[in-house]
Design a protein around this ligand. Structure first.
Ligand code: ADP
Length: 575
């Protein structure tokens, strides 16, 4: 109901307006049927009067109710003006019948009033005033009609009639009250359900914010562990090297779990976004297969690819998310298959402006029962209690993969039977794209002065390790204030800025840098953050940051962001 319709009159008027045609037609038919009792003249006269009151009500309602009603007295006046005349005229039919039909007249009259009042119960739901304004004339008629017979019928009979009429009234008012109570209970239940839904939504939001915060906190040390272990593996000999590799693989596992939890929390609150960029699909599939070959070999499984030639190369889509889905499917297939092979069946058909691509990952593993297949995409469900102990994992991969496929406008389906392996099929439609002509920046040595502003020492070290292969030794600052001080004095080519820092955050620092004239006022600032939603990036750009890189830092991403920032700065200077 409209919030401004405090007295429910607008709702009643609307309900009556909806049934206007039906009301007029039934009233006129009833009058026509009863013409034998009323005579044609009376029938026409009454029908015309009734139609006139109804038209008047329909015309007046929107005008009288244009502004919200302020006081109960005003509401009562409007209700009487709108609903009283119609009831007065309709009830007149009952009086006419009562008087003119010998014997059955009173019964017909009471029947007419009772049916009008029952109709009223439905039409004035929620408005006591609307009910009262229409019911009053009917009630008066019921009381007055027996009086018309005063003198004609004996006293006890008249008393009995009055009592019967009183009972009819009471029952009708009782029926209205109970429908009102039922309506209120229904509204209350709906409000309660809405309240619960809002509470549950808020709880999911809070949980996902908490998850995002925890994973942000954990990503920082994990990035450092991974970068440190990679460095150790490169620089130390023998036994220590194997241990460094172990640290790396444990770190990657932790990062994988964190990524899954973060993805799930984003999906749950509808904040997962997919991007559309040009990428080389064939190269992507090749890379994924190349990455899993050693693992397949180690387990004595064959990893085969069929139909690679059919695949287009440059298409538009989200390469990171497609890679994530394929990695999940191949990792599962390898995990659950003890012997035999894993086959990637690739196919592509031209579709409107692009390609309809299908990637099926088939294994010769144990397969699943129909019941297990039905539960496959449920978050945290590993089908079997022993799975986590034997194979690890979180039971999130497939739930996330299916949701990603949907977000990319495709689907992920599974088919399997016990003892017959499993086939997971990813269907996507990808638009055509032009091959870009960029060179690989990671291999070059870059001449640049870089300042890293980050409150975590491990993060600063991790970034320094990632930058080392480019021949860059970055300068560092442990807080936004310290960073701004240095930026006011010395010129840098690029600034890598942590977004979340305790006293002043990276966005505020960038805003201040841009606001003050100085040697770095226009220098590129790359945001480094674990909170990687589109909205976060937008806020970074709005603060004046020129690029962004997600934590944990992927070297290739940082190199690409550096390259882009330096190229843009060079172009600006040349202009
Ligand atoms: P995780 O692998 O992390 O446990 P997933 O969502 O990727 O989570 O998979 C859920 C469950 O589905 C797995 O624990 C496993 O029981 C079952 N499953 C997935 N892929 C296969 C497969 N290829 N063959 C048999 N069972 C599978």
């Amino acid at each position: 109901m409209d919030k401004t319709d405090r007295f429910g009159i607008w709702a009643s008027a609307k309900a009556r307006r909806r049934h206007l045609g039906l009301r007029i037609v039934t009233a006129v038919i009833a009058a026509a049927v009863l013409h034998f009792a009323l005579g044609w003249w009376m029938t026409w006269f009454w029908s015309a009067a009734f139609v006139a009151t109804q038209m008047l009500e329909a015309w007046a309602a929107p005008r009288l109710l244009r502004n919200p009603i302020a006081t109960p007295a005003e509401a009562a006046n409007i209700a009487v003006a709108l609903f009283f005349p119609g009831a007065l005229v309709f009830g007149g039919l009952a009086v006419a019948l009562w008087i003119s039909v010998p014997g059955y007249g009173p019964a017909l009259g009471v029947a007419v009033i009772a049916s009008a009042m029952i109709n009223l119960i439905a039409l004035s739901r929620g408005s006591r005033l609307a009910f009262a304004a229409s019911a009053t004339p009917y009630g008066l008629y019921l009381l007055v009609m027996p009086m018309l017979d005063y003198g004609r019928i004996a006293g006890p009979l008249l008393t009995t009639m009055m009592i019967a009429v009183g009972l009819v009234m009471l029952n009708i008012i009782g029926a209205w009250i109970s429908t009102e109570e039922a309506r209120r209970a229904q509204m209350q239940a709906a409000e309660e359900a809405e309240h619960r839904r809002a509470e549950a939504e808020a709880a999911v939001e809070a949980k996902s914010a908490y998850l995002a915060m925890i994973s942000h906190e954990l990503r920082t040390p994990i990035s450092a562990i991974l970068a440190g272990a990679a460095d150790l593996e490169r620089t130390t000999p023998g036994q220590s090297r194997a241990q460094a590799r172990l640290i790396q693989s444990a770190g990657r596992m932790m990062r994988g779990l964190l990524d899954d939890l973060l993805d799930l929390s984003k999906i749950e609150v509808g904040r997962m976004e997919v991007e559309t960029v040009p990428f080389d699909l064939r190269a992507l599939v090749n890379e994924v297969v190349r990455m899993w070959r050693p693992e397949a070999r180690r387990k004595g499984l064959r990893l085969r690819v069929e139909g690679a030639r059919d695949l287009p190369d440059w298409v538009q889509g989200d390469p990171t998310r497609i890679r994530q889905v394929l990695n999940n499917l191949i990792s599962n297939a390898l995990k659950f298959t003890a012997k035999g092979s894993i086959t990637l069946r690739l196919s592509a058909r031209p579709a409107a402006d692009g390609w309809s691509v299908q990637v099926a990952v088939a294994d010769t593993g144990p397969g699943m029962t129909p019941d297990q297949v039905a539960r496959l995409f449920t978050p945290f469900d590993q089908l079997d209690a022993g799975t986590a102990r034997k194979h690890g994992g979180s039971g999130l991969g497939l739930a996330i993969s299916r949701e990603l496929a949907r977000l990319m406008g495709g689907q992920l389906i599974a088919a399997s039977a016990p003892g017959q392996g499993a086939v997971f099929t990813l269907d996507l439609t990808l638009a055509n794209a032009q091959a870009p002509q960029a060179a690989d920046p990671a291999q070059e040595v870059i001449e640049a002065r870089v300042l890293v502003i980050d409150d975590h020492a491990v993060n600063r070290q991790a970034i320094a390790l990632v930058l080392a292969p480019l021949g860059i030794t970055p300068e560092t600052a442990a807080s936004a204030e310290e960073g701004l001080e240095r930026l006011a004095r010395e010129r840098f080519d690029v600034i890598l800025m942590d977004v979340y820092m305790p006293d002043m955050d990276g966005r505020e620092a960038t805003r201040r840098l841009r606001a003050q004239p100085g040697p770095n006022q226009a220098a590129p600032v790359i945001a480094i953050t674990a909170s990687a939603t589109e909205r976060d990036w937008e806020a970074c750009h709005a603060a004046g940051m020129t690029g962004h890189v997600a934590k944990p830092i992927e070297p290739a991403q940082l190199y690409a962001a550096l390259e882009a920032a330096l190229a843009a700065a060079e172009a600006r200077e040349a202009a």
